[in-house]
Design a protein around this ligand. Structure first.
Ligand SMILES: [Zn+2]
Length: 574
């Protein structure tokens, strides 16, 4: 039946019912003929959804919803397509994502000379002194052996020659190393004598010459110098640059069906800008933002936070982010026992516990969520101990404090999350990216018992969130769900302790209602139920019935955001 005929049939039916029924509210849009996973408490799948304004009016079958069809109702035939609640990224870095999208993409480069040539092109259009940034290079993809001259890395000389006046910063595909040119190193005051910081390496060859490569924490030296340059720009220019990043990030999110994004740390200036961009409708992705700043400034910044609790707003900020430790790869994760491959070393505590306690008290006083980065088992234990003491007597306030990553847990601590109401905000995709070095760092037993233990957490009654930490990982939610349900990086690969796998429905819930809960937003989003926001992702395959491998390849056909269709604005890159 054609749309018009369906509409006529409904209208006849509806008018016949008018006399006996109370008049139903008419929908602005009716999506029908779909397989729509609602993520409600019974995991119901419906055929149709009626939308009024920005909210869902009713769900059911085309037949049961026909009373909601009026003269002005737009009928949209989903042609059997699968749809689900608009996805929610549970932990990413919105402006960092935008920045990464605006820089040179070097992922496909097959040689060092190709990268140098791309940089030279960028120099031609850059303003004097402007930073030239790129990402995604990987020396193992390069075909020419001659490009690799020290420790598998190139020297910076060719890069410095094509860009003598513009500092250049090119980040490795892993995000754990970068290449800088001479100008960038000069601005950062790095010379052959500069010492490598703890947990990082300024790479020098055997003769002591700088290669231009900065690993792990040494990357900060170059980043700080770039940030200092940025902070010297006039405010209008700085804001314009941030706005470009936000626009790029928003379009990228929607192209993956992500309607809401939980930003894991922006400072006050960025928060004010993001709020303006959301309030003015300049960006359409809904944002939920954690305040983050240097430890000393964070306490005072909390007092100035433009706390936004308007549930229909596109912008929410009622959370604070702090760091208890660093990352496992760079030996920054704070462990209870030594690293297996670095005896006697137990990692780093990056914010002293008494400082975290002051922040926790400030958050509790203001009713804010407190989200603490914790990777190592010692960091997680310290955070749990702190939360336990600070939340005592406040259980009815429903603060939903979170541990960001909750990556490596002592078995004794796994069962503490549920009863304490602490959310384990995990990134399934980190597990499969890190898998190659986790057993090296932690040893077999610790890895088996407590590395990315989402099955054990769920079974013990813990609430989880899921996300990608983009731009550390690509934002693709389907790749992340694939990691959650297979613990594999790619089909055919080895599964990382597969007994910790998530079930299919859990993975779908992790990207919808669980993430909504983790942000105290489950009353307005995360499932397709009457009264909630009409944020809907329409996909090219049925995520309830396709194979795991097919799920990883999912493409987005369309997105409804607050009841309005927004076409994915860009091609998906992977
Ligand atoms: Zn993060």
């Amino acid at each position: 039946m054609k749309k018009a005929e369906i509409k006529i049939a409904w209208l006849i039916g509806a008018s016949a019912l008018m006399a006996s029924c109370k008049v139903s509210q008419k929908a602005d849009v009716l999506l029908f003929n779909g397989e729509i996973y609602t993520a409600d408490s019974s995991d119901a799948v419906v055929e149709a959804i009626a939308i009024s304004g920005d909210a869902i009016l009713a769900t059911g079958t085309a037949e049961t919803l026909r009373d909601h069809v009026g003269d002005d109702t737009e009928l949209v035939d989903l042609n059997g397509a699968f749809a689900m609640p608009g996805l929610i990224e549970g932990h990413g870095h919105f402006l960092g994502l935008g920045n990464s999208l605006l820089t040179l993409n070097l992922a496909d480069a097959q040689s060092w000379s190709e990268i140098v040539a791309k940089t030279a092109d960028a120099v031609k259009t850059a303003k004097p002194g402007q930073w030239i940034e790129g990402r995604g290079w990987h020396q193992e993809k390069w075909l020419a052996e001659a490009d690799l001259r020290y420790n598998g890395y190139p020297y910076h000389d060719a890069l410095s020659a094509v860009s003598p006046e513009n500092p250049v910063l090119l980040v490795h595909a892993s995000g754990h190393a970068l290449l800088a040119n001479a100008q960038a190193m000069e601005l950062a005051r790095v010379g052959p004598e500069s010492a490598s910081p703890t947990g990082g390496r300024i790479v020098r060859d055997d003769a002591g010459k700088l290669t231009g490569v900065f690993e792990e924490n040494a990357m900060e030296v170059i980043y700080r110098s770039r940030e200092a340059e940025r902070s010297r720009l006039p405010e209008t220019e700085r804001m314009a640059a941030l706005k470009r990043m936000a626009l790029a990030a928003s379009g990228h999110c929607l192209s993956y069906g992500i309607c809401s994004f939980q930003d894991a740390g922006s400072n006050l200036e960025e928060i004010r800008l993001l709020k303006n961009l959301c309030d003015s409708g300049t960006i359409s992705t809904r944002l939920w933002v954690m305040l983050h700043d240097q430890a000393q400034q964070l306490l005072t910044a909390i007092d100035q936070l433009p706390v936004e609790l308007n549930p229909q707003s596109n912008f929410c900020c009622h959370a604070v982010k702090a760091y208890a430790d660093g990352a496992l790869g760079s030996y920054g994760a704070w462990l209870l026992e030594s690293y297996s491959d670095k005896p006697g070393f137990r990692g780093q505590n990056t914010t002293p516990v008494d400082q975290l306690q002051k922040l926790a008290q400030a958050c509790a006083k203001r009713g804010l969520q407190f989200c603490v980065h914790g990777i190592g088992d010692r960091a997680n234990r310290e955070i749990l101990d702190l939360f336990e003491s600070e939340l005592a007597g406040k259980r009815d306030e429903d603060l939903r404090w979170r541990i960001e990553h909750a990556q490596h847990l002592h078995p004794d601590d796994i069962a503490r999350f549920g009863p304490l109401g602490v959310i384990a905000s995990m990134q399934a995709i980190h597990c499969t990216s890190d898998a190659p070095f986790v057993v090296k760092r932690l040893g077999e037993q610790r890895a088996r018992e407590g590395a990315y233990p989402w099955r054990s957490l769920l079974d013990s009654g813990a609430r989880l969130a899921n996300g990608t930490d983009c731009p550390v990982e690509p934002i693709n939610p389907f790749a992340c769900m694939y990691a959650a349900i297979t613990r594999k990086r790619a089909p055919g690969g080895e599964a990382f302790f597969p007994e910790q796998r998530m079930r299919r429905l859990e993975a779908l819930r992790s990207y919808t209602i669980w993430n909504a809960y983790a942000a105290r937003e489950e009353a307005i989003k995360g499932s397709l139920e009457p009264g909630k926001l009409a944020d809907i992702a329409i996909l090219d395959r049925n995520l309830l019935s396709c194979s795991d491998e097919e799920l990883a390849q999912t493409r987005v056909l369309g997105v409804y955001l607050g009841g309005k269709p927004v076409l994915p604005k860009e091609e998906q890159s992977e």
